[in-house]
Design a protein. Structure first.
Length: 260
């Protein structure tokens, strides 16, 4: 009996070591592959992740070089770029049907707004693609087959924070002028905590929807402020012109009285 117990204990120990090795070797690649394969099916654009460095023991780490490309027809190089994002994942959950993400910290993302206010812009087009991926309409691959939006694996995200975001605005009405605006921090908590969790497409929709809304508000305000500044400059110029004419007229009238 003792010998049997030792054999079972040895098998369990080997199994645990094998599990740790599997996590250590595959955790980074699982996350990177998931982002780059599922992401484009959701946004309808290129999605890249330069590198992933997650600890197989704590699950904490960083994602570097994250990029969401622009839809076809837009000239700017990307819609969203993030240098580094800190994340936390329950390591064991990566091998389950529901991946448990403890936190996501996105610091200083660079957002590009190209197009016009409303929906005729790059972010609006991406949101249309996300809507399709989350059930608004059926999304298909270029070959006409239904796209897999990654609904098999569910997520739970305890805390998601985007801070220090800046928006580079590219609009023809600016006449080539460079404009950069900031948007407020965006914070979510307790996403997918229920038994059903949240899909990658649903999470993307929730986050990008808020990013899009805050970006539109910031861009609209910036354009309005520019318009007001232009109006003030025109008024000042017109006012100065009238003042100059009045000064000349006053001096002319004075000269006439002096001659008399």
């Amino acid at each position: 009996m003792k010998k049997l117990f030792l054999i079972v204990a040895a098998v369990v120990a080997v199994g645990l070591v094998a599990l740790v090795v599997i996590l250590a070797l595959s955790l980074d690649s699982i996350v990177k592959r998931g982002v780059e394969s599922v992401g484009p099916q959701i946004t309808g654009t290129e999605m890249k992740l330069q590198s992933v460095n997650l600890s197989p023991f704590s699950g904490s780490g960083t994602l570097k070089g994250f990029l969401i490309g622009n839809p076809e027809g837009y000239k700017t190089s990307s819609a969203i770029k993030v240098g580094e994002t800190s994340v936390g994942v329950r390591p064991k959950s990566v091998l389950s049907d529901k991946i448990h993400v403890t936190h996501v910290r996105v610091v200083g993302p660079e957002i590009t707004f190209e197009g016009t206010l409303g929906t005729k812009n790059n972010l609006g087009k991406i949101m249309e693609n996300v809507e399709a991926a989350t059930g608004g309409a059926k999304q298909t691959k270029p070959d006409g087959k239904p796209a897999d939006s990654g609904t098999a694996r569910k997520l739970q995200v305890d805390d998601f924070l985007i801070s220090g975001a800046k928006v580079n605005v590219s609009m023809t009405m600016l006449g080539g002028r460079s404009l950069t605006v900031a948007i407020p921090d965006i914070h979510f908590s307790a996403l997918g905590t229920g038994p059903e969790g949240i899909t990658a497409a649903e999470l993307t929709k929730k986050v990008l929807s808020q990013v899009n809304a805050e970006t539109l508000k910031a861009v609209e305000k910036a354009v309005t402020d520019l318009g007001n500044q232009a109006t003030d400059l025109i008024k000042d110029a017109a006012g100065n012109k009238v003042t100059n004419l009045l000064d000349k007229a006053t001096r002319g009238a004075g000269d006439l009285f002096k001659k008399k």
